[in-house]
Design a protein around this ligand. Structure first.
Ligand SMILES: N=c1c2ncn([C@@H]3O[C@H](COP(=O)(O)OP(=O)(O)OP(=O)(O)O)[C@@H](O)[C@H]3O)c2ncn1[C@@H]1O[C@H](COP(=O)(O)O)[C@@H](O)[C@H]1O
Length: 87
């Protein structure tokens, strides 16, 4: 179990250390266009899960969307604080 901020710190560390087999390193290397497509894909899955699936399945889809948003944050050099100031 981890918080949004803890996941962000983990992804930042992956970007810096580039460990073998990291999904995050692969996603960062794929570029902003591919990262954006993943956001759209996961957002669609959240929508479908909200209409048709269980709370557990919806929670998992939301976690994947949060992850994909964080990949773009890391790629663009945004911190959680950059985002929180608009909440
Ligand atoms: N929370 C996530 C996470 N959510 C989703 N994903 C990635 O998204 C994939 C699932 O998304 P899809 O439904 O698109 O699956 P897919 O179509 O089969 O995947 P692709 O073929 O498109 O890669 C997973 O296989 C992961 O590659 C994640 N990858 C990593 N994390 C967390 O990020 C941290 C760093 O992970 P690594 O960079 O892999 O070390 C760890 O805490 C992980 O738990």
């Amino acid at each position: 179990m981890k918080t949004f901020d803890e996941l962000y710190d983990e992804l930042l560390d992956r970007a810096r250390t580039r460990p073998e087999g990291s999904s995050t390193v692969a996603a960062l290397d794929a570029g902003i266009h591919a990262q954006g497509k993943k956001i759209i894909e996961e957002a669609g899955e959240v929508w479908l899960a909200a209409e048709h699936e269980s709370d557990d399945e919806l929670s998992e889809e939301i976690s994947q969307l949060l992850y994909r948003l964080q990949v773009v944050m890391v790629a663009r050099g945004l911190t959680p604080q950059d985002v929180y100031r608009y909440l």
